[in-house]
Design a protein around this ligand. Structure first.
Ligand SMILES: [Zn+2]
Length: 303
């Protein structure tokens, strides 16, 4: 079974060891209606977007393999049609764990090119201390795209837009143009934790900022933004998240320019003003977030 990246990351970051072995039998899938034809499923792992209606159901991400029966039951409660398509926002196991079960059942899996490449091979991360096993053929996307692909169904258009080098190198944003709802995948972590930027998978702070900016260009005022983790957001909350990324990156960059060490930049607490809006005890702690940005900015020559 694929390792849960986030659970393993949490262990690495000294969270309670209990989070490593999640008891999926206790997980409940909760359904939130976001707009006509659009719902979100909350369980364990990444938030699942659902497009439903007369043309068949589309899932965006699928959490963990043991949860697939519960996920299918929750979808059936919304719309009895089968899951025709699955879009993976990126390759991480807490978003693709159900791929093999859904693919075997006939769901067509769609993702950006790099998602298929990463799912097809074993991934060993020294930095985060985990190994993710390659998925079997049934779990791999059968349709991939480089920049964009659109789904025309259920009275709406789902625009799937690749954002380069953000949380990983294969992230997609999915925008319902009629319903004015945006699924950001893990380019958006809302309230529950500081953002995770997976540099081993090609992620970068500047790509995260660009992804948030792209999301803001897609979703119109009054629309909603579904994060990879955390509650559904307003456009204003997505704007605040974007501004937080820009602010913290700026403070870290200023520390580097002033010749401060990694430890000094972390000690200067560049995230202090967000203590009341973002949980400090999530799977990415403020210090890890800041340290990761420092490493990223140090690794790549910048202006
Ligand atoms: Zn992720």
């Amino acid at each position: 079974m694929r390792a849960s990246l986030l659970a393993v990351t949490a262990v690495l970051l000294a969270a309670p060891a209990a989070s490593q072995q999640q008891d999926y039998s206790k997980v409940e899938i909760k359904v939130e209606q976001v707009a006509p034809g659009v719902a979100v499923l909350f369980g364990a792992g990444g938030n699942i977007g659902v497009s439903y209606g007369p043309d068949g159901n589309v899932l965006i991400d699928d959490q963990f393999a043991p949860l697939v029966p519960k996920i299918i039951a929750a979808v059936k409660g919304i719309d009895p049609d089968p899951v025709s398509f699955l879009i993976n926002t990126h390759w991480h196991g807490d978003h693709t764990g159900g791929n093999e079960a859904l693919g075997s059942a006939g769901t067509v899996i769609v993702a950006q090119d790099n998602v298929r490449k990463r799912l097809a091979v074993d991934t060993v991360s020294k930095r985060y201390g985990y190994t993710a096993k390659a998925l079997g053929k049934a779990g791999l996307p059968v349709i991939t795209f480089t920049r964009e692909i659109s789904f025309h169904l259920n009275g709406d258009t789902l625009q799937v837009v690749h954002v380069p080098r953000a949380h990983t190198d294969g992230d997609s944003l999915i925008y319902w143009t009629g319903a004015n709802v945006l699924h950001m995948g893990d380019t958006f972590f809302h309230k529950e934790t500081y953002p995770f930027i997976d540099r081993d998978s090609g992620g970068s702070i500047d790509g995260m900022i660009a992804a948030a900016k792209r999301g803001l260009a897609l979703v119109k005022p009054g629309g909603r933004a579904i994060p990879g983790h955390g509650p559904v957001a307003t456009r204003a909350e997505l704007q605040a998240y974007h501004d937080m990324l820009v602010d913290v990156r700026g403070k870290v960059a200023a520390g580097i320019r002033a010749g401060r060490s990694r430890a000094q930049v972390i000690a200067s607490k560049p995230t202090a003003v967000y203590a009341s809006t973002i949980a400090s005890d999530g799977f990415i702690k403020p210090d890890n977030f800041v340290g990761g940005i420092y490493d990223d900015l140090k690794a790549v020559p910048r202006r």
